[in-house]
Design a protein around this ligand. Structure first.
Ligand SMILES: Nc1nc2c(ncn2[C@@H]2O[C@H](COP(=O)(O)OP(=O)(O)OP(=O)(O)O)[C@@H](O)[C@H]2O)c(=O)[nH]1
Length: 366
């Protein structure tokens, strides 16, 4: 039996994949350093640099769990992965996100399948991030033609080592991704320095708890670094991205919103927030989480007195903020000029497109 509150949010589980040496560990370390108050659980498949770096830099970062050597997918069957996920999802761990670093040799699809098949009610699959070494892409593709398959299923491709790769090499990777039929967002990066908000939300902790939080090693390290280099590394992270806030008390029309989401522009990497579908589902508010082309809705009942609104944040680069805001405004429910009210069945049908992206509805209330 779970001791959690009925509406304890599910913890997104993100799979971080990529071939040997592509920069997964570097990216993971970057996330741990710029976690903005989030508690990150990490499952890695070897006792490599990740834990050592995490420990020296942060002292303690959530719970770090290491699986004994070998390939995670091969060495661990679903029940073992579940054991680790269970440890990490205990309320006492207070984690906000879990990242599983897949071995360079593991098939990430297999890992994704295991997460989706998990009956742990506290997790939700958060997307597949594939790290690619832009400088070595051709050589990797020759050695591992299966990279095409990995790119095809990725939600977000981090085009890493752009400091070593020329425009031509970067263009080749983009072309290869497109050839797989994938619509994954492609984020160029050096040393895995992507904006962590692309993968998870800033921590939303009650203020009192935040105040009581002890200053961690990480805080000290970041403060020190900011003092050292003025507009330090942290500041640069956000400059490459733009974000658009949308806040409305007009309920969203499910079909219109789905049309918007299905045709979201390429540079729009991340969408998060809450949606009010009005008569589509009067009892529930829908959390929305999109990373690249990955999309997930998580319904939960409105709490008593909670204002019914839709609040979204869209993050991307090269996006047209006013146009996106306008498009979202057009997704609002409009009054029926004939004054006809739709039947319940029609509202239900309109929600079908949304429900395709809901995982195991109702589990939270079990
Ligand atoms: N020049 C350059 N080097 C990088 C970059 N990202 C990572 N590296 C280096 O590439 C090497 C491999 O990086 P890791 O993060 O260990 O790669 P990994 O994917 O975790 O590797 P495995 O654990 O072997 O699968 C390290 O020496 C990193 O310092 C980058 O963007 N540019």
């Amino acid at each position: 039996m779970s001791s959690s509150s009925p509406h304890r949010p599910r913890i997104p589980v993100i799979v971080l994949a990529g071939f040997l040496g592509s920069g997964k560990t570097t990216l993971l370390n970057h996330l741990l350093l710029h976690r903005a108050g989030n508690r990150i659980g990490v499952i890695v498949n070897d006792f490599g640099a990740i834990e050592i770096d995490a420990m020296t830099v942060s002292g303690q970062v959530g719970s770090t769990v290491s699986l004994g050597g070998g390939c995670l997918c091969c060495a661990v069957d679903a029940s073992e992965l579940d054991t680790y996920l269970e440890t990490l999802t205990r309320p006492s761990a207070r984690l906000d996100v879990i990242v599983i670093e897949a071995s360079g040799l593991a098939e990430p699809q297999e890992l994704v399948r295991m997460i989706l098949a998990s009956d742990n009610p506290h997790i939700v699959y958060g997307g597949l991030v594939e790290v690619v070494d832009a400088a070595e892409f051709e050589a990797t593709r020759k050695r591992h033609p299966e990279i095409g398959r990995h790119l095809a299923v990725a939600d977000l491709v981090v085009l890493n080592k752009t400091d070593r790769a020329g425009d031509e090499e970067c263009a080749r990777v983009r072309k290869a991704v497109a050839e797989t039929g994938s619509t994954a967002a492609i984020i160029p990066a050096a040393y895995g320095r992507i904006d962590p908000e692309l993968l998870f939300d800033p921590a939303l902790r009650p203020e009192a708890e935040e105040k009581a939080r002890q200053l961690t090693f990480e805080d000290l390290y970041l403060e020190e670094r900011a003092a050292e280099d003025g507009d330090g590394h942290g500041g640069h992270l956000h400059t490459a991205y733009e974000s658009v806030d949308f806040d409305s008390d007009v309920p969203m029309d499910p079909r219109r919103l789905m049309r918007f989401l299905d045709s979201r522009p390429e540079g729009l990497y991340r969408i998060k927030g809450y949606v009010d579908f009005g008569a589509g589902d009067p009892g529930n508010v829908y959390g929305v989480h999109a990373v690249g082309r990955f999309l997930r809705f998580t319904p939960r009942p409105w709490t008593r007195g909670e204002p019914k609104r839709t609040q979204l944040v869209l993050i991307g680069s090269g996006i047209d903020a006013p146009a996106l805001r306008e498009e979202l405004e057009r997704c609002g429910v409009t009054e029926d000029p004939a004054g006809e009210t739709r039947q319940d069945a029609a509202h239900e049908r309109a929600m079908w497109g949304v429900l395709r992206y809901v995982q195991q509805p109702g589990d939270d209330d079990a």
